[in-house]
Design a protein around this ligand. Structure first.
Ligand SMILES: Nc1nc2c(ncn2[C@@H]2O[C@H](COP(=O)(O)OP(=O)(O)OP(=O)(O)O)[C@@H](O)[C@H]2O)c(=O)[nH]1
Length: 284
């Protein structure tokens, strides 16, 4: 992955707490908000933190065309959502102290030769009385979701399953990319959730799976590259006969066909196939 971030230019970040987050069509066009057009590389160095936690507009909607790819981080407190967002944004620990409270990070990634801008949102908060609308909004606004648990905390793993169920209810019939992430993989001695359990959960809940360490920056790039690929695979699925689709190799087409055939033949085989591919973020 190539980033629009030059080494050594990641800080200082400019705080843009006054910048509104995604708005519904009809609101101020993006250019007026001072952001580059989507698909363009940001001219500012580094990723940009855009808004403090909890300050996003209630007008935001998943159908907004202002931000092409909103990636929402979900998960229990303390599992490492902010750390993953910071690692995505290339923010060092010292910057985190300075930038405390920021909750959305925009960054343009070059994946497989194509640029894609992700807006990673770290806005998920513990349930508060009378504020369930906040959580509902999070479940409605994402174009992709990253459900994080800590491999050192079984209850966070159980919460991740519940979140997947909430998400399925909130976005019925929508095929949105969901990645289950077992974070803190560096803490091997404190592990409470095995990699097999994580994978099995992803298979049951029909999502992708990866273990990361935000602390060691392990698999963080792979995670967000995977999000981009998952988004593209769905986009390609919707496009009739795009040039990109035409470029698909014959062997890949044949493999997809066979996979589908096999999947149809036996649910057991389907599960096996899915468990084989749930950690491959470059296929559906
Ligand atoms: N060892 C290790 N520690 C991590 C990792 N990711 C996060 N942490 C630590 O776990 C703690 C919680 O991390 P956060 O990123 O604040 O977790 P969060 O999910 O954003 O928590 P809330 O803000 O409460 O929702 C911090 O002390 C992090 O330094 C990791 O991959 N490995």
């Amino acid at each position: 992955m190539t980033l629009n971030t030059q080494p050594g230019t990641k800080s200082p970040l400019r705080r843009r707490a006054s910048t509104p987050l995604p708005r519904v069509p009809g609101a101020a066009p993006r250019a007026e908000l001072g952001h580059p057009q989507l698909g363009q590389t940001s001219s500012e160095p580094g990723a940009r933190a855009l808004a403090p936690r909890g300050s996003w507009s209630s007008e935001s909607s998943a159908s907004s065309s202002c931000w092409e790819h909103r990636v929402v981080l979900l998960g229990d407190p303390g599992v490492g959502k902010t750390s993953l967002a910071n690692a995505f944004a290339g923010i060092q620990e010292r910057d985190v102290l300075e930038q405390h409270g920021e909750a959305a990070y925009e960054r343009t990634l070059l994946v497989d030769g194509e640029e894609t801008t992700l807006l990673v949102m770290d806005t998920w908060e513990p349930e508060r009385k009378g504020e369930s609308w906040r959580r509902n909004q999070c479940l409605q606004m994402g174009n992709a979701y990253v459900i994080v648990y800590s491999i050192t905390d079984r209850s966070s793993f159980e919460s991740a399953s519940e979140l997947r169920i909430h998400l399925r209810r909130a976005r019925q019939a929508e095929d949105i990319p969901i990645i289950l992430v077992g974070n803190k993989s560096d803490l091997v001695r404190c592990r409470e959730v095995s990699i097999e359990e994580g994978r099995a959960c992803a298979v049951v809940f029909d999502c992708k799976f990866i273990e990361t360490s935000a602390a060691l920056q392990h698999n963080v790039d792979e995670l967000f590259e995977g999000v981009v690929r998952q988004l593209r695979l769905r986009r390609e699925g919707k496009e009739p006969a795009s040039s990109h689709r035409r470029k698909e190799s014959l062997s890949r087409k044949a493999r997809r066909f066979l996979d589908r055939l096999v999947a149809r033949n036996s649910s057991k085989v389907t599960l096996k196939a899915r468990s084989k591919s749930c950690h491959d973020l470059s296929v559906l």
